[in-house]
Design a protein around this ligand. Structure first.
Ligand SMILES: Cc1cc2nc3c(=O)[nH]c(=O)nc-3n(C[C@H](O)[C@H](O)[C@H](O)COP(=O)(O)OP(=O)(O)OC[C@H]3O[C@@H](n4cnc5c(N)ncnc54)[C@H](O)[C@@H]3O)c2cc1C
Length: 308
């Protein structure tokens, strides 16, 4: 079964190619990773490369990417096209599904196939429920970023398809790098996360120090970044923030509303400190300390210091 993979990001293409291996038959050549315009050096996915010649840019806007893939798909008829569920990728997928008149399953964290239908598992109700959705082949799915590991191998073959000139109503005039802070929560192995139980902005320093001592990073619940502005937005974890999977997630003064838990529930170990023994965060925790963070955090730090 032929499965195509597309993302405007090379790294995400490699993740989506892992997902594609779940649905392409073991005997087939593996997924075909689409590059538009010309070959990108960075993608090293299993399977082969499918280079769509015609659009001048290697980073086309979604309308152009969707049209290019549509023209190639009309000719080569892949059974399925998997696309990285970025903002850009979601637009490509929906445009492409409409052009091809096929179904589109969105935000899958796991895909499978029985030869006739594509299946996707996706979170609903902020991750409280997993829904299995399905659609007959041929079909499209967007794959959640970070759900699959990146594949690393050399492409077996590079094929070119000329899709011709594509007019676009959108022109990219310039690109500016998003200014990001220094925190990288996605790759942190330990996250100390602050919630509204922290009374003053200055008190965040003790949590930041603990995070540093544990070689981790400081995260927070949404009110601390979005409402109070105590930390930049990239520290906020949850449904509307970053999704994290550290080895240890220490929730400090966080009640554990489902919008927060949606972003950290896949952490290996969750520990929580909260004065309220009935706080919902304890339901999502492996270890819990019912206590005042202003006593517990200094005690943990003392224990670290005395251990050397
Ligand atoms: C559409 C939508 C999207 C949202 N997205 C997100 C999201 O992505 N991420 C997110 O975090 N939230 C999100 N929220 C907000 C979410 O619903 C909660 O309001 C928020 O997570 C609560 O933050 P909190 O736990 O820090 O604060 P609170 O709910 O106020 O909890 C504070 C906790 O601290 C404890 N506490 C108080 N004093 C101490 C102390 N001295 N020591 C120890 N514990 C103490 C209290 O017992 C309490 O449990 C969203 C809401 C909506 C409507």
């Amino acid at each position: 079964m032929s499965v195509w993979v597309y993302s405007e990001s090379e790294g995400i293409s490699d993740e989506v190619a892992s997902a594609a291996l779940d649905i392409s038959e073991p005997t087939s050549a593996g997924p075909s990773v689409i590059d538009i315009g010309q070959v990108r050096d960075g993608t090293h996915s299993a399977g082969d490369k499918l280079v769509l010649k015609g659009p001048p840019s290697t980073e086309p806007p979604p309308q152009v990417a969707a049209e290019a893939i549509f023209r190639a798909a009309k000719e080569l008829r892949p059974a399925s096209i998997l696309i990285g569920a970025t903002r850009n990728g979601r637009e490509v997928a929906s445009r492409l599904a409409a052009k091809l008149r096929v179904g589109c399953l969105s935000d899958a964290f796991k895909v499978s196939c029985d030869g006739q239908n594509l299946f996707a598992e996706r979170n609903v109700y902020a991750g409280k429920v997993v829904a299995m959705v399905t659609c007959p082949l041929p079909s499209i799915a967007t794959v959640k970023v970070g759900a699959y590991p990146r594949l690393g191998s050399t492409p077996k073959e590079t094929r070119e398809v000329d899709v011709g000139q594509i007019d676009s109503q959108v022109r990219v005039l310039r690109r500016e790098k998003k200014v990001v802070g220094s925190v990288d929560l996605k790759s942190a192995r330990v996250i100390v996360s602050a919630g509204r139980g922290v009374k003053k902005r200055e008190d965040l320093a003790m949590l930041a120090d603990l995070a540093k001592e544990m070689q981790g990073a400081l995260g927070c619940s949404r009110p601390l970044s979005s409402d109070l502005g105590w930390l930049p937005e990239e520290h906020h974890i949850g449904l509307t923030g970053v999704t994290v999977k550290p080895d240890l997630y220490l929730a400090v003064g966080i009640s554990g509303q489902l919008q927060h838990v949606a972003g950290m529930k896949d952490s290996k170990i969750v520990a929580a400190i909260n004065t309220d023994k009935d706080a919902p965060i304890f339901q999502a925790s492996d270890y819990g300390i019912v206590g005042d963070l202003y006593q517990v955090i200094p005690a943990i730090r003392r224990a670290f210091t005395s251990r050397g």
